[in-house]
Design a protein around this ligand. Structure first.
Ligand code: ASP
Ligand code: MG
Length: 422
């Protein structure tokens, strides 16, 4: 039997009891004859607590030291888990990201994996040990410093290791039974998705679904690693993310899920002279400030008019920086005013079935209208429609769209087993 990579999130490892429970699961997998490599997150809310602690010392800690601090969270869980597994009579060895051969660039707090050289993991597995790897961290190829890969990136460590070890599957253990058709806190009748393609999952993650780290899905698609997202608190099957639908097309629902995101804000540049090159100047300034733009809408100038309005959305955390960068351009470009709105939310409908079914947009907009939701901006891809709405209307929009596409389950399926939702 082949290699299985299992990743356990913070809510599965929240306390000593959780660590022992996870150890039992791992030993059971090992007893089935698999080689088991485990990736862990920090226990419970440890990463947030470490951040808070750093903030009390310094409002702007050196990035290198912040990474050094945050990687400690995963070291705690990996060592405790190795002890718990040893108690069950199975040998286990824990490794930091650096020891596991996770080589990254040197961008602290958002490092990218460049290469994985898992020699020590392979030897541990060959010796019959369970190998435990600290998630979301690596070592910079250039500076040799310890790096972190970004919040939630233990998923990415797990998928990258699964690829490097040619694993059969990467199991992502969490506190819900998989990925749901909407956030069960908003739509109690949300259904567990049995199966999603990589591209659907990429769209869901990019649109605010938080179950999987976006880069983990990109990695899985590139290396063709099946991901199984499931609960560590139950034995139920979860959600498979793989390329099955490309291999054996199945009759699928038009819409796979409804995602939402409250992390964006909207900027409107009003009265931009309607001349070639003005938009380029605005967006170049934002690009130079390192800001990612999401949706863009430009109004058509009124007949005979000479100016237009450009609105776009961006991460809320970048709002201040963006407004300052644009304000500096005002004398040069000569637009009238800048408006900032951080009370917006994005609601997205995702499904590969959209490609072949007409009328999805009409049905979506009818559902929004029925819920009294006003649409501010729209963007689409082949398999997604997203709208920007007032933040207070996000819940109503999600619930109404979920219902309109017949996604509601007859009975409540979603059980949230743990986590503080932090
Ligand atoms: N512990 C890290 C975080 O909280 C990484 C992870 O959980 O994936 O972001
Ligand atoms: Mg996570």
């Amino acid at each position: 039997m082949g290699v299985v990579v299992q990743k356990y999130g913070g809510s599965s490892l929240a306390d000593a009891q959780g660590v022992k429970r996870v150890a039992q699961r791992i030993v059971a997998t090992k007893k089935l004859g698999h080689d088991v490599c485990v990736v862990v997150s920090a226990m419970g809310d440890t990463t947030d607590e470490l951040r808070d602690l750093a903030e009390q010392i310094s409002p702007l800690p050196p990035a290198r030291e912040l990474d050094m601090l945050l990687t400690a969270g995963e070291r705690i869980s990996m060592a405790l888990l190795a002890m718990a597994i040893a108690n069950l009579g199975q040998t286990a060895r824990s490794f930091t990201g650096s020891q596991a051969g996770v080589i990254t660039d040197s961008a602290h707090g958002r490092a990218k994996i460049i290469d994985i050289t898992p020699g020590r993991i392979e030897s541990a597995l060959a010796a019959g040990d369970v190998a435990i790897v600290a998630g979301f961290q690596g070592v910079s190829m250039d500076t040799k410093d310890v790096t972190t890969l970004g919040r939630g990136a233990s998923d990415t460590t797990a998928v990258a290791l699964a690829a490097a070890l040619a694993a059969d599957v990467c199991e992502i253990y969490t506190d819900v039974d998989g990925i749901f058709t909407a956030d069960p806190r908003i739509v109690p009748a949300a259904r567990r998705i049995d199966h999603a393609s990589y591209e659907e999952m990429l769209e869901m993650c990019a649109c605010g679904a938080k179950v999987l780290h976006l880069r983990s899905v990109e990695y899985a698609r590139t290396h063709d690693i099946p991901i199984h997202v499931r609960s560590s608190f139950s034995d139920r099957p979860g959600t498979w993310v793989d390329n099955r639908s490309e291999v054996e097309p199945v009759e699928q629902a038009i819409v796979t899920g409804v995602a939402h995101d409250r992390s964006e804000s909207k900027i409107t540049v009003a009265g931009v002279p309607d001349k070639v090159g003005e938009a380029a100047r605005l967006f170049e300034a934002l690009a130079d400030a390192g800001i990612n733009i999401d949706m863009i809408v430009q109004n058509i100038p009124a007949p005979g008019g000479t100016s237009t309005d450009i609105s776009f959305t961006l991460p809320r955390v970048d709002g201040q920086t963006a407004m300052e960068a644009l304000a500096r351009l005002q004398p040069e470009v000569g637009f009238e005013q800048l408006l900032y709105d951080d009370r917006v939310g994005k609601v997205s409908l995702v499904g590969a079935g959209m490609r072949t079914h007409p009328g999805v947009t009409a049905r979506f907009f009818a559902a929004l209208a029925a819920a009294g939701v006003n649409v501010e901006m729209i963007s689409t891809s082949e398999i997604r429609i997203s709208v920007i709405v007032d933040e207070d209307q996000v819940d109503a929009a999600v619930a109404s769209a979920h219902h309109a596409f017949d996604l509601d389950a007859a009975e409540v399926e979603a059980v949230v087993y743990g986590g503080t939702g932090r």
